[in-house]
Ligand binder design. Structure first.
Ligand code: SF4
Length: 380
């Protein structure tokens, strides 16, 4: 199979691995000149820190997996097309795409072939060829394989801008229902800890780290997912947790398991941002009796209805921490409010709108100059 055919097989396979803040390109990505292949499903727009967007090539190194995770399209024994890049082959192909302006960065993950450490060696080798042989200075995101050793994690971090470990489930018990041969603490969580330890040792800028959960296939609650999310944010400075709503794959042991509503994934993202950026702790989130977030309402709005509806926040006096509790006010908006207050009182919703704040969302939960905003009165 030629390298482009491999890419067309292995690139779209990363649809199971959310990474960066990506959007599909929205148009077919052209193949390098002289080669006929459409690279849709392989190239995404990815938001970088600072807001820059780059075209990111996403691919697996191999889809030939020796593990048998119950939900996975690439589990061993399943009749699925398989392909494997050599590090040289993938590095050369990426460089062709890069030189033609088609891909500016690469996200590289893999199934496990020959053990986690062996697979990690191949991921490292690919990035080394790009960095050292071809002098590529751009963005590289590398996956850390289950069972990769500490030196490999360190080597990966010296090459990558971002590294990630897929926890997949929030704890050992839930992981065993998804991936009976993976060990949550020994194979996965420990590597997130190593990443944080190594990050502290590395001179200069160190790569960020992320993780990913499969949602809804193991009977786990949102509380379990978000408690683990909060833990890895706090203990291991994970930059972001990604949530992937479970979708059953034919001819896998979980093919009859119902798919997870995408709205549950969305609520988990909203709640995880509250934990990461808004000063919330897990215990404050509005879980129902089963430990799940309500689907019908944004978790921040649910919290505010309970806590702020009768005790609205005076926008002209509240501290940043309290402003962040108000629906419609995010970290940027809170900073703008604080800066604007130095210039004078904020008197009505137009003043908030002028600061880019979703004033109508905030209105039921605020006071402006001691009074509920006019629009809010009509809402009540
Ligand atoms: S390790 Fe599990 S989840 Fe990853 S590719 Fe193999 S079977 Fe799929």
């Amino acid at each position: 199979m030629d390298p482009l055919d491999k890419l067309r097989l292995l690139g779209p396979a990363t649809c199971y691995e959310p990474a960066e803040e990506v959007d599909p390109l929205g148009r077919p990505a052209p193949a390098p000149a002289g080669l006929s292949a459409d690279l849709s499903g392989c190239i995404y727009y990815a938001a970088m820190p600072g807001g820059r967007r780059i075209a990111l090539l996403k691919t697996l190194l191999t889809s030939a997996c020796e593990r048998d995770c119950l939900y996975c399209a690439f589990r061993s024994g399943r009749d699925a097309p398989r392909a494997t890049f050599t590090p040289d082959e993938l590095a050369r192909l990426f460089l062709q795409l890069h030189e033609r302006g088609i891909a500016e960065g690469i996200f590289l993950s893999s199934a496990i072939l020959g053990g986690g450490p062996h697979t990690q060696d191949h991921l490292i080798a690919t990035a080394e060829i790009l960095r050292r042989r071809y002098g590529f200075q751009g963005y590289i995101h590398l996956k850390i394989m289950p069972g990769a050793d500490r030196d490999q994690v360190a080597a990966t971090m010296r090459l990558a801008n971002r590294v990630s470990v897929n926890l997949e489930a929030p704890n050992e018990r839930r992981l065993s229902a998804l991936a009976p041969h993976k060990q949550f603490t020994d194979e996965l969580l420990r590597r997130l800890r190593w990443i944080e330890e190594i990050r502290r040792e590395l001179p200069g800028p160190a790569p960020s780290s992320t993780t990913q959960f499969v949602v809804g296939a193991a009977g786990e609650s949102d509380l379990e997912l978000l408690a683990t999310t909060a833990f890895v944010y706090r203990q291991f400075r994970v930059a972001r947790a990604y949530f992937q709503a479970f979708r059953p794959v034919p001819e896998t042991p979980l093919e009859a398991h119902p798919p997870t509503p995408p709205l549950r994934e969305h609520r988990l993202y909203q709640a995880s941002f509250l934990l990461r950026d808004y000063g919330f702790v897990v215990e404050e989130l509005p879980f129902g009796p089963e430990g799940n977030l309500p689907l019908e309402v944004d978790p921040k709005v649910a919290w505010a209805r309970e806590h702020l509806a009768e005790a609205p926040v005076e926008v002209n006096r509240a501290g940043r921490e309290m402003l962040l509790r108000v629906p419609g006010i995010g970290p940027v908006g809170a900073d703008r409010i604080i800066a604007a207050r130095r210039r004078g009182w904020l008197r009505d919703l137009r003043d908030l709108r002028a600061l880019g704040i979703a004033a109508d969302r905030a209105a039921p939960f605020i006071l402006l100059n001691g009074r509920r905003p006019a629009r809010q009165l009509s809402l009540w």
